[in-house]
Design a protein around this ligand. Structure first.
Ligand SMILES: C[S@@+](CC[C@H](N)C(=O)[O-])C[C@H]1O[C@@H](n2cnc3c(N)ncnc32)[C@H](O)[C@@H]1O
Length: 320
């Protein structure tokens, strides 16, 4: 049974959903969301057939699943779609949006083990031994620690049918083919973090905390938009697990308004912690975001209205 969400979690899921869909309207995806996921869906569609078992790994509030289902519904193709995510606030919103559909299943990807530790579930256990035809993972792999990617590649290879494919996208991985006039998806938000690091009120609040609590709090903040790693950190473990690698890329414009909506999602706005949620914190974030975007214009990877985010797409099969 899904856990009851508190007010913060409900607002958090709603805000992320609204960062993807203007006013929360499924017919009005933000351009960056529609475009970035469209390329992933184009790669995925040739591998989806009637009755296919599809997994969306890191489904969040349902953004990637919603766009995939729109296309499949239009083509009258029915699939069984398993959504997996560890974040109950965002996953709760996915459940609210898609829970009415019999063809969509929700699997929280974490559980508490016998020792009371939070652990990630094995995909094989989630699927009870069934093999997926397609696994997608949209805008998620860059959030997974490098040390966990090898095991994840193994799980994907074990859980796919012989003709199956794994398809992913990420706007936040480094690679040597990124055009010079583009940025990584999270660059503006890492810049916000950097600009707020020495903010007087933030530093005053940290100074009032016990030193180890302050260090822990800062580490937690740094994990929200992790330092980007190379695309090889994803491709190498997939090769190791027996997958072929096909990589493509696209540039996606991310408007300034969408960037502001994105960074003010409560869970993401925690990069300003321990400043408390509210107008003062949001105003500080807005102020430094506009500095970050202006710096990006100066460095040539943004225009007046948007920044250019570089997205990498991977298509992998076990067929060789
Ligand atoms: C940016 S959201 C993408 C959501 C959705 N796929 C979309 O395209 O809208 C990334 C998701 O990855 C999940 N995530 C973060 N760390 C993860 C991990 N280590 N393993 C699995 N999922 C993770 C988050 O909870 C979040 O919902």
């Amino acid at each position: 049974m899904p856990k009851q969400l508190d007010d913060f979690q409900i607002a958090d899921g709603e805000a992320y959903h609204r960062a993807l869909y203007h006013n929360g309207d499924l017919n009005h995806p933000a351009d960056w969301h529609r475009e970035s996921v469209e390329h992933l869906i184009d790669l995925t569609l040739p591998h989806i057939h009637e009755g296919a078992l599809v997994v969306d790994y890191g489904s969040g509030t349902g953004g990637s699943a919603i766009e995939l289902l729109k296309v499949l519904d239009e083509r009258d193709i029915s699939i069984e779609l398993v959504l997996m995510d560890p974040l109950i606030s965002w996953f709760g919103k996915a459940r609210e949006l898609l829970g009415h559909r019999d063809d969509v299943h929700f699997e929280l990807s974490i559980l508490t083990d016998d020792s009371g530790n939070t652990v990630f579930r094995e995909l094989g256990d989630v699927l009870s031994g069934r093999k997926a035809d397609v696994i997608i993972s949209s805008s998620t792999l860059h959030l997974i620690p490098i040390s966990a990617l090898g095991d994840l590649a193994r799980q994907f290879s074990e859980c796919l049918s012989p003709n199956g494919v794994f398809v992913w996208d990420s706007g936040d991985v480094e690679c040597d083919f990124r055009p010079k006039d583009t940025a990584l998806l999270h660059d503006p938000y890492r810049a916000v973090r950097k600009l707020l690091r020495d903010d007087d009120s933030r530093q005053a609040m940290l100074a009032e905390m016990a030193e180890e609590d302050a260090i822990r709090a800062e580490r937690r903040v740094d994990r929200i938009f992790p330092v980007p790693f190379s695309v090889d950190a994803i491709l190498d473990p997939l090769t190791e697990a027996g997958f072929t690698n096909e990589v493509t890329d696209h540039v996606v414009e991310f408007s300034n308004e969408d960037a502001e909506r994105f960074i003010l999602v409560p869970r993401l706005a925690e990069i300003a912690a321990p400043l408390m949620q509210g107008k003062v914190r949001d105003d500080s974030i807005r102020e430094v975001l506009s500095i970050a975007l202006s710096d990006m214009r100066k460095s040539g990877c943004a225009s007046t209205d948007s920044y250019r985010s570089h997205w990498v797409y991977g298509l992998h099969s076990l067929m060789g």
